[in-house]
Design a protein around this ligand. Sequence first.
Ligand code: PLP
Length: 403
Amino acid sequence: MTQEAPFRARAEIDLAALRANVRALRARAPRAALMAVVKSDAYGHGMVPCARAALAAGAQWLGTATPEEALALRAAGIGGRVMCWLWTPGGPWREAVEADLDVSVSGMWALREVTRAAEEAGRAARVQLKADTGLGRNGCQPADWAELVAAARAAEQAGTVRITGLWSHFACADEPGHPSIAAQLSVFRDLVAYAEKEGVEPEVRHIANSPAALTLPESHFDLVRTGVAVYGISPSPELGTPADFGLRPVMTLKASVALVKRVPPGHGVSYGHHYVTGGETTLGLVPVGYADGIPRHASGRGPVLVGGEWRRVAGRVAMDQFVVDLGPDRGAVEEGAEAVLFGPGDGGEPTAQDWAEAAGTIAYEIVTRIGPRVPRVHLHEHEQEHEKAGGNGVTGTGTASGD
Ligand SMILES: Cc1ncc(COP(=O)(O)O)c(C=O)c1O
């Protein structure tokens, strides 16, 4: 491990694991290109270093939700194909066109705005038409598809737009056998066929997110858009563990125990006194709270590895701290001891999935919500040359670089 300077809390981001995850995903979808979805600060892992690591491991595309995220990738010097899909009226269309982003268009208003921006910029915009094949969220309704395709084709013929992609998004890909999966695929195929009949020649047709990339080869088309799996998290425990898919969790969240103290029996712990000591015991103060993204819903339940054992959050998670009961025999735990909230799990620590279960949510939310007050420390950033294609569980002497 790395030589660690004292710290309150840190999220270690194992970029060797991320690169190995990208390679494992490419092997699962060998005929499709891979988009690493790096929105929301790479699901809390730090967007720019994760984007670079994903590209180094063979991702051909990067995907973000907002145009601002995509423009931040460009500002960091990242070239290549970058797509962003969550637009609102008046968005930075001109900047996006000038930055050569692939922009998603779900309706006529967006096509009008991007066409105007392309005219002003004096160059064609790369546009991907998004269909709502059943998710009921963003995307053009099938009933409105013909109008959108016709207008986009007209813009293409006028030279303001290049239709680079046709795409959609699943509602229930993480529920194997859900009838909506086949239904969405069928609608998608029809809408793609219609657009192609009207003269659209997309570079990429895509619908698969992580669960679909992992379990539905028939959904891969030309590109898979993988987010959570890149970070080594299984989209759903029902589908399998990360190891079942050759993936390894990338984030390890640690804190340093801030205080260890003896307390008598019957001592209330944290706001509301929802935990009361059963006998004389030792309490350990863990200096992270809901301001750092630790879910308050995990009060009384969240697991932490301290002193070689799992402890549970005793009482409520507060804004900046929570407490664990170390028991009457405090063992070797002293101030400064390492508390591991979650990580890959093979060091005996809990995983983000364990926290998700403790908080009644999904592992996506656990990692993504880790707040900006927790420094991300990117490990194994420059070791690509030592790695063998297809391997995982990559280890090595780390060089820590805060980001
Ligand atoms: C449009 C779109 N594509 C792909 C993804 C990646 O999903 P996942 O993290 O399940 O791979 C997301 C994330 O929610 C998304 O919004």
